[in-house]
Design a protein around this ligand. Sequence first.
Ligand code: NAD
Length: 253
Amino acid sequence: NLKLTGKVAIVTGAASGMGKAIAELFAVEGAKVVVSDLHLENATQVVKEIKEKGGEAIAVQANVAMEDDVQRLFNETTNSYGTVDILVNNAGIMDNFVPAGELTDELWERVFAVNSTGPMRTIRKALAIFLPKSAGVIVNIASAGGLFGSRAGTAYTASKHAVVGLTKNVGFQYANKGIRCNAIAPGGVMTNISASLTAPNPFGAERAMAGMAINPRVGDAEEIAKVALFLASDESSFVNGTIITADAGWTAY
Ligand code: NAD
């Protein structure tokens, strides 16, 4: 029994890492997947791979920080598939561990535009489709950095805390309208983001080491995709406004 048969799912940042793994797994589970990303070429490649395995998907280029792009993403989705049932806000950028004392307005605003305002924009559009049919599911990819203060730089940490607040607020507000909104807080997962981290940790090498020493292990994107599938499917029908940590126990320390 497939878990998402016939469902239309938008996944942002789906050309790489966790977004790609989520798009692929959702397609295997019977969803029609809108593989959206800043980079069309990479998104098109993901669509090709999904189709080769018998799945259904389209690629849509969209920068979640741009209102016009988000509008076009929803237009192209409804033109192709008629509706939206599932929204996965996965697109995100890191801040290279820049600490508060060295933050520029530009970096703060760039990180928030993608990580926090992006999900607000897509949720706003999704609600216009979800509310009339009293159905819809939102899955936000937050971060362990959205729950704890020490997992990244200042802008990233604050932007992911905003995603946690957004998730709880939206989940509660629409709880009696057939709409659910939850988030995943992944620990360290091997993707392009983690591979690109080169800056020294702002808390100092010793404290960074201590943080890493308590991390049981790094995860695979597929392990996050399985949690996203649970949250997107009816298996989690009574789960709403909450954050599921997926980090092998890192933040339990
Ligand atoms: P990734 O870099 O492999 O993938 C992110 C994708 O998002 C890329 O394809 C990129 O092109 C796209 N993207 C970036 N900015 C965008 C924008 N403005 N509009 C649309 N697409 C955009 O990274 P990942 O690790 O798979 O990250 C996915 C999510 O998981 C992010 O929100 C990230 O913050 C979060 N996260 C990652 C980790 C980790 O250790 N990798 C841990 C916790 C949370």
